[in-house]
Design a protein around this ligand. Structure first.
Ligand SMILES: O=C(O)CCC(=O)C(=O)O
Length: 297
């Protein structure tokens, strides 16, 4: 196990971020980041036991399980657009997926997006084409999409429970897509299948820095991180406390699994180099696991 002493970083401007996203790449396509970046979120290179997961991470803090999904057939099967596009589910309309269209052209927050239904193979075609209208598609993880993944190791970490099948999905989006800062009420595993995504995470302890309450929804931050990073004076004036937030950054590459605990803020950016396909495997907290104060009624 890597050190559990968390070393945190604060990025004051874009030059720090540029350093983090340095251009060298390993043979596997994953970037070689300066060691400090990897210290920000604990990383497991080998298998993590359920006991270690529960003691150090479950409902506590994020952890990257590097290569934990390396043996998923999806890693090779979904690379082929034709195979991915023709992966039909078990039910009649399973090849129809929900496609979000962002009003600002880049950032995808469900409530700010328009939705349409598209055929999975049309989505896959568009992924490879520079498109005028940016989209983020979500396909239910069932049928032949489901049979290309192996959830046994993740299920063991969940304590033997099965994730709620209806909540498991495959997300497909072009280079540069942004999911703005938000948190989820459930535990989440995100599995990188194709491409790379950079997660920026902030602890629930720092919720005051996150200017929550976008349209009265505590789980959505009003911080526009893109504008904030670009030094936009209006954005920095509107959300001054964000400056105090300690941001942890980690890159999820193909075959990696990132665990995000409930209530941890996260902002997700698909690499500018190409599209990304990920599987999201959420699972419910148990009755004894604490709820964020904002959700107590
Ligand atoms: O991949 C993304 O764009 C968002 C993922 C996310 O929000 C999550 O893992 O909970």
């Amino acid at each position: 196990m890597d050190s559990t002493d968390e070393e945190t970083m604060d990025f004051d401007d874009d030059s720090d971020l540029a350093l983090l996203l340095s251009p060298e790449t390993e043979a596997g396509g994953c970037r070689l980041l300066p060691p400090m970046a990897f210290d920000a979120v604990d990383i497991f290179d080998g298998p993590v036991s359920r006991d270690e997961f529960e003691r150090f991470y479950r409902h506590k803090r994020p952890v990257l399980l590097r290569g934990a999904a390396q043996s998923w057939p999806a890693l090779s099967l979904w690379r082929d657009g034709a195979t991915l596009g023709s992966a039909l589910g078990a039910t009649e309309d399973a090849d129809l997926v929900t496609s979000l269209h962002s009003n600002d052209g880049r950032r995808f927050l469900g409530i700010d997006c328009t939705k349409s239904r598209k055929l999975l193979d049309a989505v896959v075609r568009e992924l490879g084409e520079p498109s005028a209208s940016r989209f983020y598609a979500r396909a239910p993880l069932r049928g032949s999409l489901r049979s290309a993944v192996d959830l046994s190791a993740l299920r063991a970490l969940m304590g033997g429970a099965s994730p709620t099948a209806a909540n498991c999905s495959v997300w497909l989006g072009p280079a540069g897509n942004i999911t703005p800062f938000h948190y989820d009420l459930c535990h989440g595993f995100l599995v990188g299948v194709i491409g790379r995504k950079t997660f920026t995470l902030v602890s629930p302890d720092e919720w005051r820095c996150m200017h929550s309450g976008h349209r009265e929804r505590p789980e959505l931050s009003r911080v526009d991180y893109e504008a904030w990073r670009a030094g936009d004076a209006d954005e920095r004036r509107r959300h001054p406390r964000f400056d105090q937030a300690t941001r942890l950054v980690v890159e999820v590459c193909e075959g990696d699994v990132l665990y995000t605990p409930p209530f941890w803020w996260h902002h997700v950016e698909t690499s500018a180099e190409g599209p990304a396909v990920s599987a999201l495997i959420p699972f419910d907290p148990e009755a004894h696991e604490p709820t964020h104060v904002c959700h107590l009624r």
